[in-house]
Design a protein around this ligand. Structure first.
Ligand code: ZN
Length: 183
């Protein structure tokens, strides 16, 4: 899914969670940041190659919005690094290991990791076999599931309509009850 929608869904989740649990604005912000973060590391090798190598800003943009088979040409090493970083940040296995290690260290769940988990789970279903299936089981396999590609106009429309409806609902819920009304 696109990074803006990832951030908005994580933000909605935090707004909802704050009603029930004591979540600080800082934790909520970190959770939203981690919901976006998995889509950034794999762009860094392309960015580095564009700054220090033969690439340019158009290469980075082209890579970020590419469709399969039409990615801008980059050196094999840069492509390899970028691809593997994408696998690392989209793997439920890597996320599980990180969650477990932090849990052992902190002796409790580090809540912002839920942002990362939301990204991993959402991407499984919003990528298809034809559109960069999410490598959720990497390093066991790079294969992904055949979901609905998020870049189709219909999905984009429905997704943002759902987001708008969710935020409207959250906003309505926040409104204080009218005086004299018990509901
Ligand atoms: Zn992603």
């Amino acid at each position: 899914m696109d990074v803006l929608a990832h951030a908005l869904w994580a933000g909605a989740g935090m707004l909802l969670a704050r009603r029930r649990w004591a979540i600080t604005p800082r934790t909520a912000a970190a959770t939203v940041a981690l919901a976006v973060a998995p889509d950034i590391p794999h762009l860094l090798p392309i960015l580095g190659w564009s700054v220090f190598g033969a690439g340019n800003a158009a290469t980075v943009k082209g890579y970020a919005i590419a469709v399969p088979g039409q990615e801008p040409a980059v050196p094999p090493g840069v492509d390899w690094l970028s691809h593997n970083l994408h696998c690392v940040t989209h793997s439920a296995i890597v996320a599980a290991v990180a969650t477990l290690l932090l849990w052992i260290w902190l002796r409790s769940l580090w809540v912002p990791l839920l942002g990362w988990w939301s990204h991993v789970v959402i991407d499984v279903f919003t990528h298809s076999v034809d559109y960069y299936p999410s490598p959720v089981l990497w390093p066991i396999t790079r294969q992904g599931f055949d979901g609905v590609a998020w870049n189709t106009p219909l999905f984009m429309t429905l997704n943002y309509l759902a987001l708008a409806a969710t935020y409207l609902w959250l906003l309505r819920q926040r409104r204080p009850a009218r005086v004299g009304s018990r509901n």
